[in-house]
Design a protein around this ligand. Sequence first.
Ligand code: SDX
Length: 428
Amino acid sequence: MSETAKIELDGKVYELPIVRGTENEKAIDISKLRDLSGYITLDSGYKNTGSTKSAITFLDGEEGILLYRGYPIEQLAEKASFLEVSYLLIYGNLPTQIELESFENSIKKHTLVHEDMKRFFEAYPAKAHPMGVLSSMISSLSTFYPESLDPNRSAEKKNLTVHRLIAKLPTLAAWSYKNSTSHPFMYPRNQYDYVTNFLYMMFSMPTEDYSVDPVIVSALNTLLILHADHEQNCSTSTVRMVGSANANLYSSVAAGISALWGPLHGGANQEVIEMLEQIVLDGGNVDKWVAKAKDKEDPFRLMGFGHRVYKNFDPRATIIKRSCDEVLEKLGINDPLLDVAKKLEKVALEDEYFKSRSLYPNVDFYSGIIYKAIGVPTEMFTVMFAFGRLPGWIAQWKEMTENKEPIGRPRQVYLGSTCRNYVPIGDR
Ligand code: SDX
């Protein structure tokens, strides 16, 4: 017998179906509420509202659990490659050896970018923020591949668009960095694996041979996996919203990149490092800055702390914090920012303000310290987040299009003027 929820409005009782997920999440399906009662619901920021049913990622904010297609993030971060996890998110299962090799070889075939796109970079100011460059470049891919404009034309064309995007984003991301340094662009090399190729394009120079530290490749592989998907976060919801209008994948992901840029979302990893540097510059008085974060009159927030869903430790932050110690030790780096971050975390976690609001370190709190240790400049941190989140955005867009979900169009409660007549300007 299907479960229902009863709601009484204006003396009438309405029964609405209950939907249960495979991890026992419960929802009231209100899709018929307005037709039945004339009422809509209101939930600013969608804090209590599900936008879709999805089989990609499950997270339990109270228990600090994160599963990609059922696999615990801890196991994937330790044992899988980033392209293997990308395949898992997009196609639903871990690839066999043959499937993974075929996927990797297909990606390798598309890592080059149309030569005309290189000219776009010449028009940007040297200090252009790479997130603004990346969003425009990814949207511009649709102009070079017009077959992508109809996302539902054929499964084969859709898959080609997916592989092109996975292959070209790292090249465009690395070139946006080279552009900001006025250094020569480095072309992808197919002898490298996906993550090494990105590091090669970012840090090598035409004047010397390039050798990459396996510690750095492993650290980046882990970071990218930890960022790969996170169910219906702000940028993923943006990708789904834009894609629901039948917009192509490139423009849907470009919109997601813009949403991720926000300092309350993916832009937080850059803000965290800038915050830690400010605290070090200010003499390292952690108590003073925790007090500022608690002061409602002070706009300062503890960046990298708090989360809409996690009311426990963000499992990704736990893994990144552990990786921080390992990577810095292996690279022989002693970063005072890590010491300040640990002190900040300790003070905050013992403070009633943070405990009462379940504010814990999130994925952005420690990630910047590793990016800094492997040589990524601060302005590229959110680009690294976009690089990691790409397979998740693609998987969510693909699921939404394959489920033929309706165009997203929320309702509102109107609070403006009631109807009034036009008054000629002389009579106002
Ligand atoms: C990401 O959704 C995802 O999954 C996102 C993400 C992903 O993988 O896609 O996990 C990635 O975006 C992580 C979050 C990165 N952002 C930051 O670190 C910025 C700092 N954090 C916050 O601004 C905030 O915690 C949010 C935006 C993350 C969550 O905001 P909510 O859920 O809207 O919570 P809120 O702003 O209503 O805060 C509740 C209370 C408020 O105090 P009261 O009004 O109850 O007195 O907690 C306070 C807030 O003032 N608060 C903070 C705080 N975060 C919340 N106070 C000080 N410092 C903070 N960081």
